[in-house]
Design a protein around this ligand. Structure first.
Ligand SMILES: NC(=O)c1ccc[n+]([C@@H]2O[C@H](COP(=O)([O-])OP(=O)(O)OC[C@H]3O[C@@H](n4cnc5c(N)ncnc54)[C@H](O)[C@@H]3O)[C@@H](O)[C@H]2O)c1
Length: 483
C-alpha cells in the first residue's frame, strides 16, 4: 500500500498474504493501441487525496494519461505536487506544470486542452466544480461524496443533462476484494432475496478524530459524517443489494469531540503540531508529506489541518444511527461511531435462504509511543508500546444457508490500499475503455450511483432536523434513482 492511497490517519494495511490476483477482482486490460495519444488530465484540489491520482498518472498509467496543469487556491500545495512529479519523471527539478487559481478553471481547460479534470476539492465544492468543468468541455473524475446537498445534486444533474457527459465516481470501497466477494455471494442468490442488513462501522480515535480537526467538522463543508464518510457505506449497500433507498430515519449526537467534552482531558493545545504527548492530536511536523502539504503551506491561505478536536464550533456528530427502507423490500439498521478504540466494520445480511456476515478489523488497537504520541506507521516505529493481540487485524466472510453449518468464504487478494481497492479502482478510472470483457461485479460507478449514495445522508440530515422519517423521493435530487 502506498501512503498516498488514503487518509494519512487511516489504518495501514499489512502485506498481503498472497500475491495471486483473482481474475474477477483484478480485471485484464487490452494493450494501448499504437499511436493513441494520452488523455490530458488536470488536478483540481491538490490536497492529500489527489496524490493517489498524481502517482497513478506518473506511474502505472503513464502510458494512457499525462498531467498538464494544477488548479488550487494554495500555491504551496501545487508546488509540492509539481516537485513530486518532477522527481517521478526523473527531472532535475519541479515539473513546471502551469498553475491556475479557482477562478481560472475554464481558462485552464481551454489553454491546456484538458480532456479530464480530477476533482479532489472539499466536498461542498464538488457540485460547482463538476458543473463548471463539464460546461467548459472536460470530462470529470470526482471523489466521493458526489456533493453534500440536494441542491448540489440538482446542479450536477442539470450539468450532466446539458452536456451529455457522465462522470466517473471513484467509489474505491467497491474494489476491496472482501466487498467485491460479498457482492458476488448476494448476486449468486446464495442467501435468497435480501431482507435485512445490519451494518456497524467504527472509526478509532486517530482516524475518526481526524474529521474533527479540519474542514469536515463543519456541516456546511462536509454534510456531516452522514455524507462525508457514510456515503462510502451507503454506496456499498446500494451496490451489494442492487437496490435503491426510499425512506430514511436518523438519530445522531456528539458525545466525545467538540466544545464541552474536554474537561477531564487536561489542558488542550491550540493545535496538534504544538502538542506534546497528546493522543488526540496529529503532529504535522512528524511526517514530511503532511508538513510540506499543510504546515508549510499555511502561509498562503491560513488553512490549519491539525486543529484541536475539542474546539468550539464543531457541528457534526460522532455517533449516528440510521434506519433505511429499500425499494426491493429490505431494511437496514446502520451505525457509525467515530471514537472507538479499534477500527473496522461488521455487516450482516439476512436473506430468504440464509445469511452472510463480513467482519473486518482494520486496526485492532491504537499504539502510543514512549512519548505518549500516537503511532501512525507501526513499521516505522519499532519502539512503540505494543498492544495486546486479542483483536487481530483481518477479515472473515461467513456464509450460512438455512439448515447448514457456516462456511468460510475465501477472499481473493487484490492490490493496494483501502483493503486492496485503490489500485484496481485506478485501472478502471484510467483504462476503462481497454477493459477486456464486462465487469461481472459492476464496480465502475457514475453520476446516478453518486446520487444514490448521498441520498441516504441528505435524507438523514433532513430527518435529524425534523425528527421524522424522510422519503427520498421528496428530496428533489434532480434525477430518478430507482433502477
Ligand atoms: N475515497 C476516499 O477514500 C477518500 C479519502 C480521502 C479524501 N477523499 C475525498 O477527496 C477530497 C479531498 O480530500 P483531501 O483530504 O485531499 O482534502 P484537503 O483539504 O487536504 O485538499 C483539498 C484541496 O482543495 C483545495 N481547495 C480548496 N478550495 C478550493 C477551491 N475553491 N478551488 C480549488 N481548490 C480548492 C485546497 O487548497 C486543498 O489543496 C474530498 O472530497 C474527500 O472527501 C476521498
Amino acid at each position: 500500500m502506498s501512503d498516498l492511497d488514503q487518509n494519512p490517519t487511516a489504518p495501514r494495511r499489512g502485506a498481503s498474504a498472497s500475491t495471486v490476483a483473482d481474475a474477477i477482482v483484478v480485471p485484464t486490460f487490452a494493450p494501448v493501441p499504437a499511436g493513441r495519444p494520452r488523455r490530458r488530465y488536470a488536478v483540481l484540489g491538490t490536497g492529500h487525496r489527489s496524490g493517489m491520482y498524481v502517482g497513478a498518472i506518473t506511474g502505472d498509467h503513464a502510458d494512457v494519461a499525462e498531467l498538464v496543469a494544477w488548479c488550487d487556491t494554495n500555491p504551496g500545495r501545487m508546488d509540492f505536487y509539481d516537485r513530486e512529479v518532477g522527481t517521478a519523471l526523473g527531472l532535475d527539478g519541479p515539473a513546471g506544470l502551469p498553475q491556475y487559481g479557482p477562478d481560472d478553471l475554464e481558462r485552464m481547460i481551454a489553454e491546456q486542452r484538458v480532456d479530464v479534470v480530477i476533482v479532489t476539492t472539499p466536498d461542498r465544492l464538488h457540485a460547482e466544480h463538476v458543473a463548471r468543468a463539464q460546461a467548459a468541455g472536460a470530462d470529470v473524475v470526482v471523489e466521493k461524496p458526489l456533493t453534500t446537498t440536494a441542491e448540489g445534486s440538482r446542479t450536477i444533474a442539470e450539468s450532466v443533462a446539458a452536456t451529455g457527459r457522465d462522470i466517473v465516481m471513484t467509489f474505491n470501497y467497491r474494489y476491496a476484494p472482501r466487498n467485491s466477494t460479498l457482492r458476488e455471494i448476494i448476486a449468486s442468490g446464495a442467501i435468497g432475496r435480501p431482507t435485512s442488513v445490519h451494518f456497524e462501522w467504527v472509526l478509532d480515535t486517530v482516524h475518526g478524530a481526524d474529521y474533527f480537526r479540519r474542514w469536515h467538522r463543519e456541516r456546511a463543508n462536509s454534510g456531516s459524517l452522514l455524507i462525508h464518510k457514510s456515503s462510502h457505506h451507503f454506496d456499498l449497500v446500494n451496490w451489494w443489494l442492487d437496490d435503491t433507498p426510499v425512506r430514511v430515519y436518523a438519530s445522531a449526537h456528539r458525545d466525545v469531540y467538540g466544545d464541552g467534552h474536554a474537561e477531564d482531558r487536561g489542558p488542550r493545545p491550540a493545535r496538534g503540531s504544538e502538542a506534546e504527548g497528546d493522543p488526540w492530536s496529529l503532529d504535522l511536523r512528524r511526517d514530511r508529506r503532511l508538513r510540506e502539504l499543510y504546515l508549510e503551506s499555511e502561509q498562503h491561505d491560513g488553512y490549519v489541518r491539525d486543529r484541536d478536536v475539542f474546539d468550539a464550533g464543531i457541528d457534526i456528530e460522532d455517533n449516528v444511527a440510521v434506519v433505511v427502507d429499500y425499494a426491493g423490500g429490505a431494511t437496514m439498521t446502520y451505525s457509525l461511531n467515530a471514537h472507538s478504540p479499534w477500527e473496522g466494520y461488521t455487516v450482516s445480511i439476512n436473506g430468504t435462504r440464509g445469511r452472510v456476515e463480513l467482519r473486518v478489523v482494520e486496526r485492532g488497537a491504537i499504539r502510543v509511543d514512549g512519548d505518549g504520541r500516537v503511532v501512525l506507521d507501526p513499521s516505522a516505529t519499532p519502539d512503540a508500546v505494543p498492544v495486546a493481540a486479542s483483536r487481530p487485524e483481518g477479515e472473515q466472510l461467513l456464509l450460512q444457508r438455512h439448515w447448514e453449518g457456516a462456511e468460510e468464504v475465501a477472499i481473493p487478494q487484490g492490490r493496494g490500499g483501502h483493503g486492496g481497492g485503490d489500485a484496481i479502482l485506478l485501472m478502471d478510472v484510467f483504462r476503462r475503455d481497454l477493459r477486456v470483457g464486462d465487469d461481472p461485479l459492476g464496480r465502475a460507478a457514475g453520476f446516478v450511483d453518486g446520487v444514490r449514495a448521498i441520498a441516504v445522508g441528505v435524507a438523514a440530515n433532513r430527518s435529524l432536523e425534523t425528527g421524522q422519517a424522510v422519503l427520498v423521493d421528496d428530496l428533489d435530487l434532480g434525477t430518478a434513482l430507482t433502477r
